[in-house]
Design a protein around this ligand. Structure first.
Ligand code: KIV
Ligand code: ZN
Length: 506
């Protein structure tokens, strides 16, 4: 059986960020990009440079800092877009310019309002211009699966002649089926005369729930690159999920005829959690591979089978995707050394001062909570060391509320070592807290959503609050996160996190 490497093109930071409700700060994108490099993806599509100065900056930073994968930017097939993308990726060691134009009748006639020859000219010119910035140029025929197959062959042949090295055949609206997509890829392979000079890539959306199946079907037909996202994020119903595609190829290597990827699957769970945390988009419990229930066995008959022989009901080992099954870790008798060791295992390399300050908080937490799980430790570290610099920090919070009192919050914050204190009344304890924070920081926001969940089990669990706040002054909706055993404190930290992020734009 001959081996065939399938390239993994991750578009979490571009198509994934187009998910309704997901929006990432440059520092957060950098963190995800570093983790994607550790995961072993071949290409990171870091954004769409011409979309906004923020997007341009994020791609540029990723191109400067992240080593290993090829760094790509998306660009429409226009001079301005290609130039912006070329500039943004310039610092990368390995760079790709990804240009696209739509090819389906509905897009060409109704959206672009161009004639079909003009579309080919625009694609060819964009690819030629892109080659001035890099030898690695990808062309995407947007809405390829609703395009005329012979027209697709024609445009692909011309862009390959112009210098495209990857030809992407997106199922933009998640319309195709596994069988049809297999036939389309086979058709292109047989009909495009210079196809041997390019890699065929696939990019599937999940509108009918078939993104992973379609991608795998295209791999069987000969596609050499799969475009996907962590947790299946992406426009509307999302893109093919990286973890599903990769684990299907690994688990069913017998069926996929020796196709393999260079993904370090043990990093999958960690990457999935990081993306969920930073985008604020929770993973559904029964999501394949990374959902909470993915490796849980509820029915007695299943539990009995798994105890006797794991392979009765488990086709993958949780450890293969980096899920640690021995979850109970530390307690109040644990020392600093044990804490440091466990934090390193979880991927946090803290210096001596940082360990000391985490240890102090760990001990306080042990007084409130008997059992400390990995999730508690993660919340503790991530709450303490925020990715986006914190201008204001919470020193103390006192809230009075009850049935016959007006809820009042008194808050102390620090900014550059100076202490500020103020109080406010509100409709409830959280409302009073948010009003006090606004008075103290002079930053006004509109709360768009508020979510709270227990990070671990039990009455003493840490509560995590995620807020989305709209700030009119910067015209942005920003996500804030905070955790604590006290849910009003967690709410305050989340709102303050959003304010601190907003201040970075002011
Ligand atoms: O879905 C799509 O067609 C895209 C292209 C821009 C690659 O995201
Ligand atoms: Zn897409």
């Amino acid at each position: 059986m001959s081996e065939r490497k399938i390239l993994i093109f991750d578009t979490t930071l571009r198509d994934g960020e187009q998910s309704p409700g997901a929006s990432l700060h440059t520092q957060e994108k950098l963190l995800i990009a570093h983790q994607l490099a550790t995961l072993g993806v071949d290409v990171i599509e870091a954004g769409f440079a011409a979309a906004s100065p923020g997007d341009f900056d994020a791609i540029n930073q990723v191109a400067k800092e992240v080593k290993g994968p090829v760094i790509a930017s998306l660009a429409r097939a226009t001079k301005r877009d290609v130039e912006k993308a070329g500039e943004a990726i310039a610092p990368a060691e390995r760079k790709r310019l990804h240009t696209f134009i739509a090819t389906s009748p509905v897009h060409v006639e109704k959206k672009l309002r161009m004639n079909y020859d003009a579309v080919i000219d625009a694609a060819v010119n964009a690819v030629k211009l892109a080659r001035n910035y890099t030898d690695d140029v990808e062309f995407s025929a947007e809405d390829a699966t609703r395009s005329d197959w012979d027209y697709l062959c024609n445009i692909c042949e011309k862009v390959i002649n112009a210098g495209a090295t990857t030809i992407n055949i997106p199922d933009t609206v998640g319309y195709t089926t596994p069988q049809e997509y297999y036939e389309l890829i086979t058709y292109l392979k047989n009909k495009i005369p210079n196809i041997d000079k390019a890699i065929i890539s696939v990019h599937c959306h999940n509108d009918l729930g078939m993104a992973t199946a379609n991608s795998l079907s295209a791999v069987l037909a000969g596609a050499g690159q799969v475009e996907c996202t962590i947790n299946g994020l992406g426009e509307r119903a999302g893109n093919a999920s990286l973890e599903e595609v990769v684990m299907a190829l690994k688990t069913r290597a017998d069926f996929y005829k020796g196709c393999y990827t260079d993904i370090n699957t043990k990093e999958i769970y960690k990457t999935s959690r990081l993306v969920s945390k930073l985008t604020g988009l929770h993973i559904q419990r029964n999501k394949a591979i990374v959902g909470e229930n993915a490796f849980a066995h509820e029915a007695g008959i299943h539990q009995d089978g798994v105890i006797k022989e794991k392979s009765t009901y488990e086709i993958m080992k949780p450890q293969d995707v980096g899920i640690d099954v021995s979850r109970l870790v530390l307690g109040k008798h644990s020392g600093k050394h044990g804490l440091d060791k466990r934090l390193k295992e979880l991927g946090y390399n803290l210096d001596k001062d940082q360990i000391n300050s985490v240890f102090e908080q760990f001990k306080t937490l042990c007084d409130k909570k008997k059992e400390i799980y990995d999730e508690d430790l993660r919340a503790l570290v991530e709450d303490k060391f925020k990715i986006v610099p914190q201008i204001y920090e919470l020193v103390s919070l006192q809230v009075v509320s009850g049935t016959n009192t007006s809820p009042t919050a008194t808050i102390k914050l620090t900014k550059n070592g100076e202490i500020f204190e103020d109080a406010a009344l509100g409709d409830g304890p959280v409302d009073a807290t948010y009003k006090a924070l606004e008075r103290l920081t002079y930053v006004k926001g509109k709360l768009k959503s508020y979510d709270i969940k227990a990070i671990t089990e039990g009455k003493d669990a840490i509560g995590e609050v995620i807020v989305k706040v709209y700030f009119e002054d910067i015209d942005k909706t920003i996500l804030g996160r905070g955790s604590a055993t006290d849910i009003v404190e967690a709410s305050a930290k989340a709102y303050l996190d959003a304010i601190n992020k907003a201040l970075m734009y002011m």
